[in-house]
Design a binder for this molecule. Structure first.
Ligand code: NAP
Length: 297
C-alpha cells in the first residue's frame, strides 16, 4: 500500500531526541532485518539500479519502505509492485537530492515513522576529461553523492542513536580507493563516502548504529547511460544489494560481486601511483567518445 505522509509544519526541525511513535509496520512480518533495525527503511535512488534492488530485497524481508529519487512515476510503480507482492507499506518521495531543501522534504516525509535503516544509494557519475564536463553537473554530483549523504547520515543516525539501534548503507565504489583519471570528480566523491563510512562505523559502534560501505565494481544499471560510460562486463544489482544486507552489522565494508573482488584484489598490492595509472587506463577505455567523434546517434 502506498501511504502519504501525515501533515507536519513544513520544514519544522525534527526533534531527534523526541520519542518516536511506533506507526507503520502493521503489515510487516518480522524478519531478521526487521527485528534488528525496525519496521521502516529509507532507500534513496530507489527508482533504478542498485537502489531498486535494495528496495526489492528489503521488501522481501518484510521491511516497510520510503522510496526516494526524482522520478515519481518509477517510484510509484515500484511501490505498487512491492505492496502487491509483499505485506509491506511504501511511501514515495520524489525529490532532487541536489536541491538545498531536499533534506527538509525527507524529514517531513518520515518524521513520524520508526525508521531504523538508511540505504543512501542515490548517486551518479561522469566519464571523460574533467574539463569536458559541465561544471554545474559536476557540482551537483558533489551535492548528491556527498552533501546529501552527509545530511541523511547525520539526521537518521541521530534518530537511530536515540532509539538505540540502526543501520546505514553507504555507496562507495571500486574507484574510491585511488584517484581515477577520466572520472576524477566522481571517484573523489566516492573516496569521501568510503572515508565517511569507515569513520562512522567506528564512531557509532557504541550507539549500536551499524554502518557498511558498499564498494562494487561495474554493475549493470542506469549508471553507465547517465555517466556516458561503457562497461564490457558488469555484476547484477541484486547481488550487490543482497550481499551488502547480509553483511550489515558484521562488516564495515563489502566488495560485492565477482568483478569488484577480482579488480580489488588485483590492484590491492600495487603502489598508489601505479593504481592511479591503471585506473586511468581502464576508465579512459570506458569513457564513451564525445558526441560527433564516432559515438553514434
Ligand atoms: N553501477 C555501477 O557500476 C556502480 C559502481 C559502484 C558504485 N555505484 C554507486 O551506486 C549507486 C547507485 O547507482 P546505480 O548504479 O544504481 O545507478 P542508477 O541505475 O543510475 O541509479 C541511480 C539512482 O540515483 C537516483 N538519483 C540520481 N540523481 C539524483 C538526484 N539528483 N536526486 C535524487 N535521486 C537521484 C536515480 O533516480 P532519479 O534519476 O529518478 O532521480 C536512481 O534511482 C550510486 O551512488 C553509484 O555511485 C554504482
Amino acid at each position: 500500500m502506498n501511504i502519504p505522509p501525515p501533515a507536519r509544519t513544513p520544514g519544522a526541525p525534527a526533534d531527534a531526541t523526541a520519542p518516536l511513535p511506533q506507526t507503520g509496520g502493521m503489515r510487516s512480518s518480522a524478519t531478521e532485518l526487521g527485528r534488528k533495525y525496525g519496521p521502516w527503511a529509507v532507500v534513496t535512488g530507489a527508482s533504478d539500479g542498485i537502489g531498486r534492488a535494495f528496495a526489492r530485497a528489503l521488501a522481501a524481508a518484510g521491511v516497510n519502505l520510503v522510496l526516494v529519487a526524482r522520478r515519481a512515476h518509477e517510484l510509484e510503480t515500484l511501490a505498487r509492485e512491492l505492496g502487491a507482492q509483499y505485506p509491506i507499506d511504501c511511501r514515495v518521495l520524489a525529490v532532487d537530492l541536489a536541491d538545498r531543501d531536499a533534506m527538509v522534504q525527507l524529514q517531513d516525509c518520515t518524521w513520524e515513522l520508526d525508521v531504523g535503516l538508511l540505504v543512501a544509494c542515490a548517486g551518479f557519475g561522469s566519464a571523460g576529461p574533467l574539463l569536458d564536463q559541465d561544471p554545474g553537473t559536476e557540482t551537483a554530483m558533489v551535492d548528491v553523492n556527498c552533501r546529501a549523504v552527509l545530511q541523511q547520515c547525520w539526521h537518521f543516525s541521530r534518530r537511530f542513536a536515540a532509539r538505540g539501534r540502526g543501520g546505514v548503507v553507504l555507496m562507495s565504489s571500486l574507484v574510491a580507493f585511488h584517484g581515477t583519471p577520466w572520472s576524477a570528480n566522481y571517484a573523489a566523491t566516492k573516496a569521501y563516502v568510503q572515508s565517511l563510512a569507515e569513520a562512522l562505523a567506528h564512531e557509532w559502534k557504541s550507539q549500536h548504529v551499524d554502518v557498511i560501505a558498499c564498494a562494487p565494481g561495474p554493475v549493470a544499471t542506469g549508471f553507465t547511460r547517465r555517466a556516458r560510460m561503457q562497461m564490457a562486463r558488469a555484476d547484477r544489482p541484486q547481488v550487490v544489494a543482497e550481499r551488502t544486507l547480509a553483511l550489515l552489522g558484521r562488516r564495515h565494508m563489502v566488495r560485492p560481486g565477482t568483478l569488484s573482488r577480482l579488480l580489488g584484489w588485483s590492484l590491492a598490492t600495487a603502489p598508489r601511483g601505479l593504481r592511479v595509472a591503471i585506473m586511468g587506463r581502464i576508465m579512459r577505455g570506458m569513457a564513451a567518445p564525445p558526441v560527433g567523434l564516432g559515438s553514434g546517434p
